[in-house]
Design a protein around this ligand. Sequence first.
Ligand code: UDP
Ligand code: MG
Length: 343
Amino acid sequence: MQADVTTDTPTSDTPVSESLSIVIPMYNEEDNVVPLLARVHEGLAGYAGPWELILVDDGSTDATVARLQDEARRYGSHVRVVTLQRNFGQTAAMQAGIDHARGTVVAMLDGDLQNDPVDIPRMVARLVAEDLDMVAGWRKNRQDNLWLRKVPSRIANRLIARITGVHLHDYGCSLKVFRGDVIRDVRLYGEMHRFIPAWVASLTSPARIKEMVVNHHARKFGESKYGLSRVYRVLLDLLSVYFFMRFRARPGHFFGRIGLVFGAIGGVALTWLLGVKLFLGEDIGTRPLLLVGILFVVMAVQFLTTGVLSELLTRTYFESGTTRSYTVRPPRGEQPEPGWKQP
Ligand code: UDP
Ligand code: MG
């Protein structure tokens, strides 16, 4: 699977008027709320279509929710707050936002002002002009710690690109723009948000994904929610991504292969013994090989049935369409009808 990824940054100036949903996950970002909303409105001021802003509070324990709700009231019905029951993690928060997004184009970014909303219209324009599925941000001038952040993520980017076959410079950049129908077909759970380009590429072929250089700022308020433990978590995730990409929706093939190898070894052993018994007339009842043969055949059956079960599990769990990786708290009191900010 080779994604068509180029890294040039031509800016298309054709005004686009697609409806746009901007999704932002927020976890304990109280001091970022007010400047973030201001920056989004500044950045989108010249956008030629209707847009909405979906702010997902991922179980914050500080004043984030209260401030989000104040700001939503102040700005109007195009700003919506989705409050999760507890902290479900960035991936689930993003999925919650996608599920509430109504736009034909969906943009996602972080709520800590590290991404710059002013990049969004440019990215949407490119998505529409070139009929892409996704435009990924590339923090070419990344404002993060070199050894704790930039070096590990450079290694991770290479590995992810290698394993998924989708070559991007910057998997970790949260600022991304998608065609709504495409991102709605991706179901995010666990910590899958780091591999979204790979999932998008696995949905459409050839993958229409491009990168654009975007602004990046150092975090001013609050702190990063991830420490160094992310490095090994990404590595473990990568292992399961590899498993998933190779045996996507077909875990039975993984177990099936092991089962077939065991079955073949057991089968050869037993056939050999049968030959010895029939043609040489020797007694095979006491041969250790008999035990090995039977054991391998039994294990083969076990692996094959495990494979079938895992197929059924994957299907019913993730493809039922009802599985959610989060729960939403119903809003209190009267809520305005969701609206659009008209240009
Ligand atoms: N975030 C979230 N739930 C979490 C952790 C993070 O919604 O459990 C949000 C966070 O508020 C921010 C974005 O995800 O808007 C990225 O998080 P962070 O800035 O900590 O990541 P970093 O920039 O350090 O990679
Ligand atoms: Mg950040």
